[in-house]
Design a protein around this ligand. Structure first.
Ligand code: FES
Length: 229
């Protein structure tokens, strides 16, 4: 009888791209932790905002996002095996496992990581606010707008999440039978449109997040890339 799951030791047999991906993540995470960006002129790097205290949770939230899963499973891990293609990560002699192996099962916890993602959003807006008033009076600078762009991009990504769509109305068969009725259906329809662009939101938010971190690293290195409006 065929097994449904890969054992952890079998992951070692996945192709070199799998381990390159893991090595890249580990190297990036270690470097970011070794070289934190100090608070500078009221700017707090989004990577070291409260997220640093609970780094594994937002990391797992992002890694388990369906948009990234699609890309790294298809293009990096070559998994799951969909045909008799021997170039794929699974052994072609093994039966098709679909999304039933242990890694996929773990990624299904994404729906719970979403709550942590939502809880973190206000901190990014607080960092934006803090940068406006840190000197004691209101001051609008380019860096503040960068922080705002990061907060907005993260918000667009989190609220277009598939799991959020399910919470709003994806689990309802009859809107007129439940609390919120038509209003809830309208919210669900708007979020569904947004959800269709989730992959774009996921990648844009990641690029904006990294750019924000690099921008603040540039500032702390003394580059003249900030100005007051
Ligand atoms: Fe991408 Fe939930 S599916 S954040």
């Amino acid at each position: 009888m065929s097994r449904k799951y890969l054992f952890p030791y079998e992951l070692i047999e996945l192709n070199w791209r799998f381990w390159s991906f893991i090595a890249l993540l580990a190297a990036g995470g270690t470097l970011a932790l070794l070289y934190p960006v100090p608070e500078l002129n009221g700017y707090i790097d989004p990577l070291y905002s409260p997220t640093v205290l609970i780094l594994p949770i937002p990391t797992l939230f992002r890694l388990s996002c369906y948009a990234y899963r699609k890309d790294y499973h298809r293009h990096i891990f070559n998994h799951p095996l969909g045909c008799r293609n021997t170039q794929r990560g699974e052994k072609h002699t093994e039966p098709y496992t679909g999304e039933r192996n242990a890694v996929f099962q773990f990624w299904n916890l994404h729906r719970y990581f979403l709550y942590a993602g939502i809880a973190l959003l206000p901190f990014f807006y607080y960092d934006f606010y803090h940068s406006l008033v840190y000197s004691g009076s209101f001051e609008l600078r380019l860096g503040s707008l960068v922080l705002l762009a990061n907060a907005l991009a993260l918000t667009a990504w989190v609220f277009s999440c598939h799991a959020f769509r399910h919470i709003i109305g994806g689990n309802i068969d009859c809107y007129s039978c439940v609390y919120g009725g038509g209003a809830r259906r309208k919210v669900w329809s708007v979020q569904s449109w947004w959800n269709a662009h989730h992959e774009d939101a996921a990648w844009i938010s990641l690029l904006v997040f990294i750019s924000t971190d690099l921008y603040l690293r540039g500032l702390s290195a003394g580059l003249p890339i900030d100005f007051r409006f």
